[in-house]
Ligand binder design. Structure first.
Ligand SMILES: [Zn+2]
Length: 209
């Protein structure tokens, strides 16, 4: 009996394939994990494997202490970043890292993605901040990134990509789509004027989603 159910493994692969369809990822970039709270572990996509070749058995179960509990492949090289997020944010049960172009445009500029679209602001709980570039395969990057993200549900990695979190995989994934959509609108709006920006704290929403 696997620590991560077949249904959950298949769901993760569905979202990996969706990330390609939505243009969030190219090649083998990006990674997804889900918390397995009853096992003090997470299930995460493997390193360096194309999503359209990935099968449920390729996913890797890693304990909170870093021990590989299930899987024949190595976990994503950014698994330690995921681990720090789960430690720091008890409200988070899923993490999605992707490398979408328009989010990366703002990351390259070191410029946050502002609340130009209402659905993004609700999902992210505010403007998406920038974690300045560092190598992302270690826990010190994860700690610094969590400091930048705070209680929000998204953070841009400068010169690299986007990370979103949520209480479940569906919500974490929806937040990735919402951030990239807002980045596209912000990019287009800035080319012809100054966009009006919504501030989460002033909208009066009490829950993230
Ligand atoms: Zn990446």
């Amino acid at each position: 009996m696997s620590l991560a159910s077949k249904d959950l493994r298949e769901e993760i692969i569905e979202y990996c394939l969706a990330s390609m369809r939505y243009g969030l990822n190219f090649n083998t970039q990006g990674n997804i994990s889900v918390r397995l709270p009853e096992h003090d572990a997470i299930v995460v996509t493997p390193t360096d494997l194309e999503y359209d070749k990935m099968t449920p058995d390729d996913l890797v179960v890693v304990g909170y202490d870093g021990t590989i509990l299930e899987g024949n492949r190595g976990p994503s090289s950014e698994v330690t970043v995921h681990q720090v997020v789960y430690q720091r944010r008890p409200d988070v049960n899923a993490v999605v890292h992707s490398e979408p172009v328009y989010s990366n445009v703002f990351g390259a500029l070191g410029r946050p993605i502002e609340g130009v679209l209402v659905n993004m602001v609700i999902y992210t709980r505010g403007a998406v901040p920038i974690m300045p570039f560092q190598q992302s395969n270690n826990s010190s990057f994860g700690e610094a990134m969590c400091d930048v993200m705070g209680e929000r549900n998204a953070v841009i990695w400068g010169n690299h990509g986007l990370l979103t979190v949520g209480p479940n995989l569906r919500d974490a994934f929806k937040t990735s789509i919402a951030v990239e959509s807002a980045a596209k609108v912000q990019h287009a709006a800035l080319s012809i004027g100054t966009p009006h920006v919504l501030e989460y704290d002033k909208l009066g929403f009490t829950s993230a989603l």
